[in-house]
Write a protein of this length. Structure first.
Length: 276
């Protein structure tokens, strides 16, 4: 088979377009979820945002702003990603609302307490695992089965973390991020993503993960920022936090045909932390 000639190449803009597609974003009230939903909408996708009931007002505001700015249709679902009935309902509602389900951004997650293994209460361990790992598992499996049923293929994107690759230790002991349960769950997300990719590749369903580094997304709002800021200065080669734009771009890429040969991969966006 001969390689394509320049005149035969498809337009990048055409391949990036999500016009006529439907996307579900979990954790849609948070910074990463909101910004990536906006990016998917700008590319043309209709959007359903999902989050817990306590964040219903934020979801309403996000939906209104996305509709006004990008002219797409939106919807919202309330529920807990760790609850199988809630996830089944939100997947079904999305498919019924738009008649299809093409993209799922499984983004709901919590940072949890910054503790070493010796200091994590069992209930906190279970809470973080339930949301970050069990919730991702349920969203992936139920969404993939719905995509398979609809017969159009699709793209599933999971939010992992650089913490799934390394233990974020600064040069001083008091600067280390002892987030043992968070790191464990995000490593699990990366490996489960690979299993999903293998299991559903014949159905035209791709599954990839992203591993953001230090980003001001709202996830750390209830944490002391001083150690995080010092960690960035000490450990990030780029010497800064990531912006939401830098996460949004790769999510839209993975949702689109531009990444049609990518599955089972984890994409690090960490400013170079994991290279040393």
């Amino acid at each position: 088979m001969k390689p394509l000639q320049i005149a035969e190449l498809r337009s990048i803009y055409e391949m990036l377009s999500l016009k006529g597609k439907a996307a579900l974003v979990t954790g849609g009230a948070g910074g990463i979820g909101r910004s990536c939903a906006a990016g998917l909408a700008e590319a043309g996708a209709d959007i359903v945002l999902m989050d817990i009931p306590q964040k219903a007002q934020i979801l309403d505001e996000n939906c209104r702003e996305i509709e006004k700015r990008y002219g797409v249709k939106t919807g919202k679902c309330m529920g807990n990603v760790a609850n199988e009935a809630d996830v089944t309902r939100m997947i079904q509602e999305t498919a019924e609302l738009f008649g299809r389900l093409d993209v799922v951004f499984s983004n709901a997650g919590v940072a949890g307490r910054s503790d070493s293994p010796s200091g994590i209460p069992l209930e906190e361990w279970k809470r973080v695992v339930d949301i970050n790992l069990t919730g991702m598992f349920l969203v992936n499996r139920i969404a993939a089965n719905k995509m398979k049923e609809l017969g159009n293929g699709g793209s599933i994107i999971n939010t992992a973390s650089m913490s799934g690759h390394i233990i974020n230790k600064g040069s001083r002991k008091d600067m280390s991020q002892h987030m043992a349960v968070y790191a464990a769950t995000k490593a699990g997300v990366i490996q489960f993503t690979k299993s999903m990719a293998v299991s559903y590749v014949e159905d035209g369903i791709r599954c990839n993960s992203i591993s953001p580094g230090m980003i001001l997304s709202g996830l750390h709002d209830d944490m002391d920022m001083a150690p995080l800021e010092e960690f960035v200065r000490d450990a990030v080669p780029m010497n800064r936090f990531a912006s939401l734009n830098e996460i949004m771009g790769i999510v839209v890429f993975l949702a689109s045909e531009l990444s049609s040969y990518a599955t089972g991969s984890d994409f690090l966006i960490d400013g170079g932390v994991t290279i040393w």
